[in-house]
Write a protein that binds this ligand. Structure first.
Ligand code: ADP
Ligand code: MG
Length: 248
């Protein structure tokens, strides 16, 4: 019989994060299964970015545990670099290296970390660029690309290490409206291919269509979680109801 734990990619238990006297995360509990797409929604300042950043230890938690692939990354002695290789992260502001070409950005980590030689990395980057619809941009300068194109390069770069979970922090919030669809389309395809994803977004259409589960965070706590149908059509929590009234 298959052990149920085998299906769990990420398990967060009683996670807290304080910045001085500012209690930003107040005890988050969340389990994400393999191949699951979890969308996090909630008001600005509620701790969504802080939460995502603790998941690959860009911020260290104040207390609680974060188990990814059975390794507790909240522990001090965990080799976080090894864990990070399996976690892809995409930020609101792309964070690409502007002095490198598109191809160089994507090939950087696999080559530096000796996961791929130059030939393998070139082939892999070419394949990833095709996947995000930018195969002709291999040698382009980052600055010559639109915001939407840059974000798709950032997704390709995050995929270059063959992560088994992808974290997205408002990947379309900095984009002009006409660019949003292409980026969401790439994310949708990734989900279809079975990528495990945690996505912070204000794109409720994406959440409704792609999420297996939607999680509402407010004031550093998960106040409600459920299927898109439950969250958007039958919200129970008063704060979720008023959040949805404001944005939809
Ligand atoms: P969200 O992504 O939901 O808008 P954030 O996680 O960015 O929320 O921020 C939550 C709270 O944490 C805010 O009050 C913010 O000021 C605080 N915060 C975030 N990062 C830091 C930091 N590096 N140092 C101090 N306070 C921070
Ligand atoms: Mg944020």
């Amino acid at each position: 019989m298959k052990n149920l734990d085998e299906d769990i990619k990420l398990q967060v238990t009683n996670l807290t994060k304080d910045y001085g006297s500012n209690h930003v995360l107040k005890g988050i509990n969340l389990t994400v299964k393999n191949n699951e797409v979890v969308v996090i929604i909630g008001p600005s300042g509620s701790g969504k970015s802080t939460f995502l950043r603790t998941l690959n230890k860009l911020e260290s938690p104040t207390s609680g545990s974060i188990i990814i692939d059975k390794v507790d990354i909240a522990k001090k002695d965990t080799d976080i670099n090894a864990v990070r290789e399996n976690i892809g992260m995409v930020f609101q502001h792309f964070n690409l290296f502007n002095n490198l070409t598109v191809g160089e950005n994507i090939m950087l980590a696999p080559v530096e970390l000796k996961k791929e030689n130059a030939k393998e990395a070139t082939e892999h980057a070419t394949k990833l660029l095709k996947m995000v619809g930018l195969e002709e941009k291999f040698d382009a300068k980052i600055q010559s690309l639109s915001g939407g194109q840059q974000q798709r390069v950032a997704i390709a770069r995050a995929l270059a290490m063959n992560p088994n979970i992808m974290l997205f922090d408002e990947p379309t919030s900095a984009l002009d409206p006409e660019m949003v669809g292409d980026v969401l389309g790439v994310m949708k395809n990734l989900a279809k291919q079975g990528m495990t994803m945690v996505v912070v977004t204000h794109e409720m259409g994406f959440a409704k269509e792609v999420a297996d589960r939607v999680v509402f965070v407010d004031d550093g706590q998960i106040l409600e979680e459920g299927t898109p149908e439950q969250i958007f059509n039958h919200p129970q929590n008063g704060r979720l109801q008023s959040f949805l009234d404001k944005i939809i």
